[in-house]
Design a binder for this molecule. Sequence first.
Ligand code: DP6
Length: 402
Amino acid sequence: MPSDQSLLAVTCTAPVNIAVIKYWGKRDEELILPLNSSLSVTVHQDQLRTTTTAAISKDFTEDRVWLNGLEEDVGQPRLQACLREIRRLARKRTSTGDGDPPPPSLSDRVHVASVNNFPTAAGLASSAAGFACLAYTLARVYGVEDDLSEVARQGSGSACRSLYGGFVEWQMGQRADGKDSVARQVAPESHWPQLRVLILVVSAERKPTGSTVGMQTSVQTSALLKFRAEALVPARMVEMARCVRERDFPGFAELTMKDSNQFHATCLDTFPPISYLNDTSRRIVQLVHRFNAHHGQTKVAYTFDAGPNAVLFTLEDTMAEIVAVVRHAFPPEANGDKFLKGLPVTPVPVSDELKATLAMEPAPGGVQYVIATQVGPGPQVLNDPDAHLLGPDGLPKPRLAA
Ligand code: DP6
């Protein structure tokens, strides 16, 4: 067991992000460089977060990693890429200093434990929060102060956007070495306090094709993806940044829906085709359009990633009504009191007129539960030593919940 003094441990949390201009397709598989820029909203860590502890000690004999309490293969290429990058940055920092030899910690092995406070089985993208948290925590423990985009990005492309709070763009960059493929904050979390996010966890019928493999096939076969990346996304990035800057909800919402639809169109244009949406996802699309039509304005937007779960964006004043509408269309089969998690929402009735416009037969159980959340900050350091997921022996503490 390492003596207390020899163990240096840091614990941090990082958020999930939801892309409103989607990343799909790489121009470099090794470095994870995207075909196009993307833009996302960071969601609040009160509801969804990854917590990671990294500890270094001269007594450790190898790098080890635990995810949700289970030991992972540390040899996974993306894990290795993150570890290699952070050590390279740490070495650079020490060697550009005053000529001192690198601190001993650089050759020390690291132990990492990471947990999500949301069920991985729910199919929520956890890799972005996970790799952002890994990069951020390793940087703290190794004393690295550089931009961490390239570290997080090499774990999972979308992870670089989880390094910041608020509204974040991942600039695709032009360079072959990826140095200019970085995440930047477009606006902080305080910029648009009325914006709300609803995550609709849809019962998945089957395991979807993973993003990495899915986008590889799309790059190889979809002419639509190439056209989208080259001809459409650049202008969409500019327009989305404007919508965020000006808090133009209808503009933001429409472009979010169109970009999600276009991403799923490129999946269908992939050969063999990929379909991530299921019947419930398509009903949600219809529900949102009918809801907006009823109000004569765009009050809610949907977006879908590589699975059937929907993420809805709306403003504070529409939260209660859209939650009531979702509950009306997808009545909970059991545990109705647990249907809504996260931010509290006052129950309101759905008017007969709105029910008539929706014209939908209720589909019980289609949505398992809803997480109500909002825009949130970037990664955080937890200063409370009790927060460490690794004990003084460098092994995961028995209780592992975030
Ligand atoms: C549909 O970042 O998971 O969520 O870089 O291969 O790890 P890799 O892919 P990943 O892809 C995310 C795709 C998406 C859209 C997005 O988040 O922009």
